[in-house]
Design a binder for this molecule. Structure first.
Ligand SMILES: [Zn+2]
Length: 103
């Protein structure tokens, strides 16, 4: 006879990594943020894996934060590097997509 005792798994809850959005200064789960990365070579890109090395700035997936960040130049300041229009366009696209998914 098989025992039907429910298996108790006492796994400690793993804390999800959190980061701060440069727009609203709110703390979010890393996976809910977009990472803008400055590579050691000084190139700016959007890091979808969150694993690339370099200096990162995080933006939550909200259009308000995106606009604020773009207007205030906070990404540029926190990465100490010029952010091209292409990067902003790509960010905007990603955020739009994420906002659409929320609805
Ligand atoms: Zn934000």
């Amino acid at each position: 006879m098989a025992e039907t005792k429910p298996k108790q798994q006492n796994q400690p809850k793993r804390k999800m990594p959190e980061r701060r959005c440069v727009g609203c200064m709110g703390t979010f789960l890393k996976k809910d943020l977009i990472r803008v990365l400055r590579s050691p070579e000084g190139e700016i890109s959007i890091d979808f894996t969150g694993k690339k090395s370099g200096r990162g700035a995080y933006l939550c997936k909200s259009e308000a934060c995106f606009r604020k960040a773009k207007k205030s130049g906070i990404l540029h300041r926190s990465l100490e590097c010029e952010i091209s229009e292409e990067i902003y366009a790509e960010l905007e696209k990603e955020i739009r997509l994420a906002e659409e998914e929320k609805e």
